[in-house]
Design a binder for this molecule. Structure first.
Ligand code: TXA
Ligand code: MG
Length: 351
């Protein structure tokens, strides 16, 4: 069974299509829809049976809680207890947009959404198709990224179809998403903001609003956030991540030599600056290293393109961790998996 795919022009949204999608939501169905970050897989957040369907379709473990999407700031009071003043100040500044805030939940949110925690992650997306759907449904919508668990998040309707064909009821195709990495997830404790997942709102942007923004290491994230799985956002190919430093291109070429020795196929995800350096190889350009917005918007799509070509290894050039570069590098490190996997590729623990 193919899901029912409806193309929607984001500049001229067809209300009838949104109404049909809302009806599916009311009937406990699953609708994939675009947000400004990535495509989400939505169900009625107040209905535990509907939300159970999301976990099943994605093959997502039940201990990984789901973000609840609302259409208006006023809807916040339905899903969460009163937000602390700093949290409220931040949502007023960054909503609608790619910021998710973890707050105390109300009883309307069933345990399955929050994986048994007494908190709920809430976000108000800026994408008008997403907001239109939430409004048409008249309920908050629980939606993780619309990919199979552990695969790269979908930035196009086609990615959703590749992962979830036959497992969901409808896809609203609003074209490629703008930002390309998921929202920034934060918790606010008193006057401190802890970043639980870097994303579409940069740390620099948050720091313009408040002093105490803590950016823990990737290691900390894995221990602290629910759903701590070592490998995430992964294509089928193994990823070798080459840090952003002056001899980056030489390092890439040394890996190319090793991979060739082993008769493996590979692709290089490179910064624009190095395009000429890798002529003759299978290269996809992430973007200019200094333009983290472009890099973020292409990241997941490139990983999926390499998978289609069935390359064994993706050599990925890292970019500076500024702006959205922090989120890009966080996803790449998770996709690359633990360091040991990388050693297994080369059988050379000295590297
Ligand atoms: O941009 C996005 O955030 C996209 C779009 C669809 O909105 N959604 C998304 O959802 O990326 P998902 O499920 O792939 O990632 C949500 C993450 C979870 O892995 C979890 O770590 C964190 O948000 N999260 C959810 N509820 C939480 C809670 N109550 N406490 C702490 N972290 C939570
Ligand atoms: Mg996800």
């Amino acid at each position: 069974m193919r899901p029912y795919i409806i193309k929607i022009d984001p500049y001229n949204i067809d209300q009838e299509a949104l109404n049909r999608a809302a009806e599916i939501i009311h009937n406990r169905g699953l609708v994939a829809f675009p947000t400004e970050t990535v495509y989400g897989l939505g169900a009625d957040a107040t209905d535990p049976k509907a939300v159970a369907g999301i976990f099943e379709a994605k093959k997502r473990p039940l201990d990984d809680p789901i973000i609840v999407h609302i259409a208006e700031i006023d809807d916040l009071a339905r899903v969460s207890e009163k937000a602390p003043p700093l949290a409220y100040k931040l949502v007023e500044r960054f909503w609608p947009g790619p910021l998710t805030v973890v707050l105390k939940k109300t009883d309307i949110i069933p345990d399955i959404v929050s994986s048994g925690l007494d908190t709920v992650a809430v976000r108000m997306p800026s994408n008008e198709i997403a907001r239109g759907l939430i409004k048409a449904a008249g309920v908050p919508i629980a939606a993780p990224s619309a990919n199979l668990f552990s695969r790269p998040s979908p930035t196009k309707a086609e990615h959703v179809l590749n992962d979830l064909e036959g497992r969901i009821d409808m896809i609203l195709d609003g074209g490629p998403t703008e930002i390309g990495v998921e929202s920034t997830v934060i918790e606010v404790i008193g006057s401190e903001v802890n970043i639980l997942r870097p994303g579409g709102v940069s740390v620099e942007d948050l720091r313009r609003m408040t002093k105490n923004v803590n950016v823990p290491s990737d290691q900390w994230h894995q221990e602290r956030s629910p759903g701590k799985y070592p490998q995430h956002y992964s294509p089928q190919a193994k990823i070798v991540l080459v840090p952003d430093r002056p001899d980056q291109d030489e390092k890439v070429m040394s890996y190319v030599a090793k991979i060739k020795e082993q008769n493996k196929t590979f692709g290089i995800m490179a910064k624009q600056e190095h395009e000429d350096r890798y002529r003759g190889f299978n290269v996809k350009i992430l973007g200019p290293g200094r333009d983290s917005r472009i890099c973020a918007s292409r990241l997941f799509s490139i990983l999926r393109e390499f998978d289609k070509e069935e390359v064994d290894i993706i050599i990925a050039e890292g970019i500076p961790e500024k702006g959205l570069g922090l989120a890009v590098m966080n996803r790449l490190r998770k996709a690359a998996g633990p360091v040991e996997m990388f050693f297994n590729i080369f059988h050379n623990p000295q590297e």
